[in-house]
Design a protein around this ligand. Sequence first.
Ligand SMILES: N[C@@H](CCC(=O)N[C@@H](CS)C(=O)NCC(=O)O)C(=O)O
Length: 195
Amino acid sequence: MKNFQISFEERRVALFTETTAAELAEYNSDFKVPVLKDDELLVWDSLSILEYISEQYLENRGWPAETKARSLARSISAEMHSSYFNVRNELPMNCRKKFENIELSKSAEREIERIKALWRKCRGEHGNAGEWLFGEYSIADAMFAPIALRFDGYSIPLSGVEDAYVKSVLKHPGIVEWVEAGKLETEVIEADEIS
Ligand SMILES: N[C@@H](CCC(=O)N[C@@H](CS)C(=O)NCC(=O)O)C(=O)O
């Protein structure tokens, strides 16, 4: 929404606290974030929210205009949404710390190689018009932003296309703002801390 200058108010909900369930109860999101409230309409789950915003506010400009690019963008966004469980477990989101030389399972390494290969394919086949996966910024970039942040935070070796892509994500003004806000948070989710 920040990328497309759609104004919104953000309500921060700290997870796994004594008040989390009560704070999220009104949104019907199974006590999870993110959830979008647009007047009385509730939309939950990140990909559904992105689809709704694209339809309702962007005349579908959230997805690439060209059919093949759009189809690939949908496939990789759905894959991101439903996969990479080893990356999620072994590289938990943590914007406040930087890690070097972490040991990863073969399964996590394989997922990382898969993600890099997808990025190279998108950039190689559809990336000419800009620095994003499909040239111009799309839903696919929003979906992969958490992965790019993890690759940076856990110092995953990157080269060429993937390195440039992560740098683009890190300097996106919406991401810079989001990471800065994250750094000011004081809560710690112990289950997501790795040593
Ligand atoms: N598939 C959902 C995942 C939602 C989800 O698990 N959100 C996490 C934060 S990223 C959460 O709310 N966790 C709290 C919990 O599971 O109780 C989406 O992408 O929106």
